[in-house]
Ligand binder design. Structure first.
Ligand code: ADP
Ligand code: ZN
Length: 218
């Protein structure tokens, strides 16, 4: 059964982690705009070169670039059976663009899942976040370090701190979230699509919630 959901939440609310746990149970595409952008930066594409300075500063990359990127991504085969969008839409104009993209494909979203968490918890989490520079696996310097220091458990790649996970940049990303992305809460709430999930507990909270909705036939 197709499931089309978007995850909304501040940086560090665990969108990627929640998406991974949903994906383990439901074989749908996990589409993270941040991951696609970071791949482009690594590969040195034109998009990556343009995006990098916005990303390093914690600012949003321009809508037209993001929307073109998502139009192409949603047309790929693996997205036809459903998807989890992680990090898109990030403002109201991206939400409008997504809605027309889906209209054009005769598809509709099932839910907008809001991961709720306080700013202080986010700062605490992100300053401890570490990622594998090869496969993107996520670690925590305190609660979930890789078995060998600095080496990814799954692929042996180098585990590093993201440039934008320094506290000053985190504060900036939070400010951008409250200004640009938080209006989506009202946007999807008024369309009857918003589902609130606490994001300071289990990494499969969103999955459990979606399964309970499904079981109750909503
Ligand atoms: P987080 O949710 O932890 O802030 P992401 O990996 O989702 O991190 O995004 C990292 C950066 O990539 C953002 O700070 C922004 O510069 C850029 N980015 C990701 N998604 C979008 C988007 N939908 N629109 C504009 N910029 C984006
Ligand atoms: Zn790895």
């Amino acid at each position: 059964m197709a499931m089309r959901i978007i995850l909304i939440g501040p940086p560090g609310s665990g969108k990627g982690t929640q998406a991974t746990s949903i994906r383990e149970k439901h074989p749908i595409a996990h589409i993270s705009t941040g991951d696609i952008l970071r791949e482009n930066v690594r590969a040195g594409t034109e998009l990556g070169q343009t995006a990098k300075r916005f990303m390093d500063a914690g600012q949003l990359v321009h809508d037209n670039l993001i929307i073109a990127m998502m139009r192409a991504r949603l047309a790929e085969d693996d997205a036809q059976n459903g998807f989890i969008l992680d990090g898109f839409p990030r403002n109201v104009s991206q939400a409008d663009a997504l809605s027309s993209l889906l209209d054009g494909m005769s598809l509709r979203l099932d839910a907008a899942v809001l991961l709720e968490i306080s700013d202080e918890t986010v700062v605490r989490r992100l300053t401890c976040r570490r990622v594998c520079s090869s496969c993107g696996s996520i670690y925590n310097a305190l609660s979930h370090p890789p078995k060998a220091r600095g080496v990814c458990d799954s692929c042996g790649g180098r585990v590093v701190q993201r440039a934008d996970d320094q506290e000053s940049v985190i504060r900036n990303r939070l400010a951008v979230y409250h200004k640009e992305t938080a209006p989506l809460v009202e946007y999807y709430e008024s369309r009857g699509m918003l589902r609130r999930v606490p994001a300071d507990g289990e990494s499969n909270a969103a999955l459990k919630y979606l399964e309970s909705l499904r079981a109750s036939g909503k």
